[in-house]
Design a protein. Sequence first.
Length: 172
Amino acid sequence: MHHAKQLCAAADIYTTTHDGKLPPADTWPQVIKMPEVPMDRILAGGRPWAMNRLLGGVALTAVPRRGETVLFFECKPGSHPAGGPELVPAQPRREGRYVIGFVDGHAELVAPAELGRLVWNPQVSPTPPAPAPGPVPPVPAPVAKPAPLVTRIRRKTLAFCLALLAPESTPT
């Protein structure tokens, strides 16, 4: 999971010097060479990675739901460096889950059954949940209540303390 976070960090660093845009999806392994991120070690670690092809060259600010949108993911060995869910291996390699890096920079272990909840195409949002059946009950109007006893006691205590601190008036 650490490598997914490093890849997301490298993409974020790339955006700072490229007008806020993510790297090109097809050439990301060559263009996000950063001293802060050991790309050679990440890519040579035996775990192939791919970038979401729909995000190549896209401005970060244009990506809705960054915390749910896939940026980097584990892919099948020998896969193209850019693609979508079709590149995800048939079987997860780590604890029965896939390692996914998201646009907002966080990474998660995602179960195969949960892949459908992720946003792969930032232009298409998953269907929002249906509203609850039945009419919505009206919200009651707020009722003015007298100040609680504690508040009244605090006000009296404050007034007493201020009176003690006030300079004594001296007759002239």
